[in-house]
Design a protein around this ligand. Structure first.
Ligand code: HEC
Ligand SMILES: [Cu+2]
Length: 477
């Protein structure tokens, strides 16, 4: 009597044989495709556009690497990665290509991993074929049937944890005719991270499963680190360059209201598909989904990438910069004029200066409170949103301007920060900050007034700066 086990084993063997025969027949019928090995590069870079106009057999070698590195300055985390980076290195093929994907799980890794590519047509997207323990290599092939921008990710249990540790990336399947040419391409992915310590708590942090289940991320990040796209890592572009960004959300949980402050997307391939929407401000990108956005910066300055669910941007790290160079274009973006209301009403309500006008020495006196009022008005309207109305800042996020040792060391030079903005690390009163202060669009009088106000009122100092000095600093920029 045959046991059910033997029966199923026999049928398995038969189907395997049939599959093998089928494969061989299919291979024999097709002319051999040219074999190309994909060159992988670290994000925010990606492989160049495809120039060939026929199908190829593309070999992709992805290595799973478990690496400990900074998630924020001074904060470390053990990431699980495809190719050593978060997001994993981007794969770029052409519609109709056959992809031969090799996954290598390094012997030093601690866990089994695999890959599920959303570009695959077939159950599991490659997960079963590629599930391997450390010290093994797996491979499988699939045909890229549909053009689009697709997420890939690890699908090993607990899947949410593998993805939360950084195991996602994207594969672009270019349409047969290619994408229209642009001047610059970038690759950015958002992901949510769950650490047992608070945002920017120092030292090595552990993964917190309960926070992940509750969907309460400690960090929401672009390209896997707080500051991956700010300071020295900011992206760059020139005015009038056409920029295309391949944007995806690895998740595991949080969707993105993806927005770039200071530009409008000319075109968005919504959800990474084939249809284009035009003139979009913010595009919704689901977890495990993508969008291709195209825009053309027109004026110099910083564009700011955010998840427009804004506390994620300003309190959890989902912020990046594109520094745009080029000539000012006031007809497109004017400098603007700001006048403190307080000073105007002060002038109206004060008949005294008019009477005293004959005596210049006395006439000069009311100027001081007017300038003081102007400095306060600028502070309240331009600085208080971040540095707070009392100037005490927000711990770990916005440094204090009141009683700031950083300010007091060189109050005069603070005008540079206001003029040009600042990002990267700084230490204020012994506490570390690593934020992005956008350049402030203020005129010379306002900058001198606000710096003097901060110096006198918030730091027990003196007036340090005239509008003329600000003008000279602006020229030296
Ligand atoms: C959008 C938020 C934001 C606004 C608005 C803003 N700042 Fe800042 N500012 C920051 C951040 C963040 C830093 C820290 C930057 C870093 O880490 O490199 C900073 C740093 C500074 C510093 C140096 C550190 C210190 O505490 O002494 C000065 C001075 C400063 N800002 C002045 C100003 C003034 C003056 C204004 C208003 C005209 C202003 N900022 C508006 C966010 C902001
Ligand atoms: Cu994994």
């Amino acid at each position: 009597m045959k046991s059910p086990f033997k029966l199923s084993a026999a049928s398995l063997a038969t189907s395997a044989l049939l599959a093998l025969l089928g494969n061989t027949a299919a291979l024999a019928a097709q002319p051999a495709l040219p074999v190309i090995t994909q060159e992988l590069v670290a994000p925010p870079q990606l492989p160049p556009p495809i120039t060939r106009n026929s199908a190829a057999h593309v070999v992709v070698n992805l290595t799973v690497e478990e690496v400990e590195r900074e998630i924020a300055p001074g904060t470390r985390y053990t990431f699980w990665t495809f190719g050593g980076t978060v997001p994993g290195k981007m794969i770029r093929v052409r519609e109709g290509d056959t992809v031969e994907l090799h996954l290598l799980n390094l012997p030093d890794n601690k866990l089994p991993h695999n890959i599920d590519l959303h570009a695959v047509t077939g159950p599991g997207g490659g997960a079963a074929q590629t599930l391997i323990a450390p010290g093994n290599e797996a491979s499988f092939t699939f045909k890229a049937l549909s053009a689009g921008l697709y997420v890939y990710h690890c699908a090993t249990a607990p899947v949410g944890m593998h993805v939360a540790n950084g195991m996602y990336g994207m594969i672009l399947v270019e349409p047969k005719e290619g994408l229209p040419p642009v001047d610059k391409e970038f690759y950015v992915m958002q992901g949510d991270f769950y650490t047992d310590g608070n945002y920017r708590a120092p030292g090595l942090q552990n993964f917190d499963m309960q926070k992940a289940i509750d969907e309460k991320p400690t960090y929401v990040l672009f390209n896997g680190a707080d500051g991956a796209l700010t300071g020295a890592n900011s992206l760059t572009a020139k005015a009038n360059e056409k920029v295309r960004m391949f944007f995806g959300v690895g998740g595991p949980n949080i969707t993105s209201s993806f927005h770039i402050i200071g530009t409008i997307f000319d075109r968005v391939y919504t959800e990474g598909g084939s249809k284009v929407q035009e003139n979009v401000q913010t595009t919704m990108v689901p977890a495990g989904g993508s969008a291709i956005v195209e825009f053309t910066p027109r004026v110099p300055g910083n564009l700011t990438l955010v998840d427009h669910s804004l506390t994620r941007a300003f309190n959890k790290g989902a912020i990046g910069l594109i520094s745009v160079s080029g000539p000012e274009k006031p007809e497109i973006y004017g400098k603007g004029i700001k006048k403190p209301l307080a000073a105007t009403s002060l002038a109206k309500a004060a008949p005294a200066p008019a009477k005293a006008a004959a005596k210049p020495a006395v006439a000069a006196a009311p100027a001081a409170p007017a300038i003081h009022a102007r400095g306060k008005a600028v502070f309240d309207s331009a600085c208080a949103v971040c540095h707070q109305a009392d100037g005490k800042g927000v711990a770990g996020v916005f440094p204090p301007l009141a009683h700031s040792d950083f300010f007091q060391q060189r109050p005069y030079e603070m005008a540079h920060i206001v003029l040009n903005g600042r990002s990267g690390t700084m230490v204020v009163n012994g506490a570390k900050y690593n934020g992005v202060m956008p350049a402030q669009d203020l005129n010379d009088e306002d900058i001198s007034a606000v710096i003097n106000y901060i110096s006198v009122e918030l730091n027990d100092g003196q007036a340090v700066l005239t509008p003329e000095q600000v003008r000279d600093m602006r020229k030296k920029r």
